[in-house]
Design a protein around this ligand. Structure first.
Ligand SMILES: [Zn+2]
Length: 446
């Protein structure tokens, strides 16, 4: 089926911005991008669905390179006496408690709500990291159904293996990843698998050795690395290795491996990540919220590490996340030149799409012929001149900080949102059910 999205601004994600442009989609891919003159010359054949995009700015669908949809039902949760003084206490007092009481109903509700909110923020691809210690088998399939089939986003799924809940949970986690990867051996470009690992400090040598032995060729791991100081302390104390060296010993630093955070790495570890060609994903708002430190953005970009951006489950708005990445850099370095547009563009509009290419094997991130038709149409009337040279300024200082409203979202050419509403889903019903599931979940935590 062909669709013609006409009118409005079209930014290709790189170096072309057209006013009053048009995008022709054929099935899952973009066939042509036309300017006003070309549009007037093209005769639109019958049967092509026409989408009125006047008053919008079309951008490539956004990618969240590290998130946890299982946290969706934690919004507003109050835990009596919870007053953490360290990152470990945040994990033990909140997230590890929450993941232990998730069941099939709350996993499904979390995945649906999380994916819908991502869609409403213009996100077309999610790279998720899931945990539900007492409901492991089949949990990734629940996610796949909710995120990829019902909402219609691309998703890379992984179960975070950990020894923190004992040997049975660790071995179930390993099996869940392997089963899911086996079922997705022939990647369809929509749902992909990574092998999930929680973090070095909750993984024994025996478990890591098993993972190394059973990890299929070419598959990457998705793991938290040195998010808090605990991870490096544990690794040096118990294994006489830095975290990255420990992962390298098990040959886990693969080109498709995602290392989230990497806040407390020393210079040698950064060199090793660069040498092995693994992916690093920064999550500035989560890091600030957990008071765990600031990411060395120039250090990783300068080494040529494929460095992407995620939200770590703290919201779904990648544009405000990018804005925060910038102001955190400036604040941390006391230098208003830090966190400049080149680095920001690289994070969200160049590197995150390259992460998708490595993990899913499809080309996204540009509104150009041959790319997947992953597009977000943002309602936007610029109050100042808008051109290719300042589009990032409009996205960050206009849309991100004032009003992000996604009018249409297409993923692989399929419409997910139309005029701000879900095409195939009843949001009221799903949210009412989520409130009910959240209430039951919170009762189990009390
Ligand atoms: Zn995380």
């Amino acid at each position: 089926m062909k669709r013609l999205i006409e009118g409005g601004y079209v930014w290709d994600g790189r170096d072309r911005l057209i006013e009053d442009g048009a995008i022709l989609i054929d099935g899952a891919t973009i066939e042509a991008v036309l300017d006003r003159r070309e549009r007037s010359r093209v005769e639109v054949p019958r049967g092509v669905e026409r989408v009125d995009a006047a008053g919008t700015l079309a951008i490539p669908g956004l990618v969240n390179a590290h998130t946890h949809l299982y946290s969706s039902l934690a919004r507003g949760l109050g835990l009596p006496g919870f007053s953490p003084t360290s990152f470990r206490e945040i994990l033990e007092g909140l997230w590890w408690k929450l993941d232990r009481v998730l069941d099939a109903e709350s996993i499904r509700a979390s995945a649906l709500v999380g994916a819908m909110e991502a869609a409403r923020c213009g996100v077309s691809t999610l790279i998720d990291h899931h945990a539900s210690a007492h409901a492991i088998p089949g949990s990734l399939a629940l996610f796949e159904d909710a995120v990829c089939r019902e909402v219609g986003l691309r998703a890379s799924l992984a179960y975070e293996v950990s020894d923190r809940d004992g040997a049975k949970a660790a071995s179930q986690g390993i099996q869940e990843n392997l089963d899911f990867l086996a079922a997705h051996g022939a990647a369809d470009g929509v749902c992909a698998g990574l092998f999930g690992l929680h973090a070095s400090f909750t993984l024994s040598d025996q478990t890591l050795a098993q993972v190394a032995e059973r990890l299929p060729d070419g598959v990457g791991v998705h793991i938290h690395v040195a998010e808090g100081p605990e991870d490096e302390d544990d690794s040096t104390r118990h294994h006489q290795l830095r975290v990255v060296e420990r992962l390298d010993r098990y040959e886990l630093l693969r080109p498709a491996s995602i290392l989230a955070h990497c806040l407390h790495l020393d210079e040698r570890e950064k060199d090793l990540v660069a040498e092995r060609g693994a992916i690093v994903v920064t999550n500035p708002r989560s890091n600030m919220n957990n008071a765990v430190g600031a990411f060395d953005l120039p250090g990783f970009l300068g080494r040529g590490v494929l460095t992407g951006l995620g939200t770590d489950g703290l919201g779904a708005n990648l544009l405000t996340e990018l804005f925060t990445a910038s102001i955190l850099e400036k604040h941390e370095r006391a230098d208003p030149r830090a966190g400049g547009f080149d680095a920001l563009h690289a994070l969200l509009f160049e590197n995150n799409p390259l992460v998708v290419e490595r993990v899913f094997g499809v080309r996204v991130g540009r509104i150009a012929p041959g790319y997947q038709a992953d597009l977000a149409l943002l309602d936007y009337t610029p109050p100042t001149p808008l051109g290719v040279e300042n589009v990032l300024g409009h996205l960050l200082f206009g849309i991100a900080v004032h009003d992000l409203h996604v009018s249409h979202l297409f993923v692989g050419g399929r419409p997910v949102l139309r005029d701000g509403r879900f095409v195939d889903l009843d949001q009221e019903v799903i949210y009412a059910h989520a409130r009910d599931a959240a209430q039951k979940l919170w009762r189990r935590l009390a």
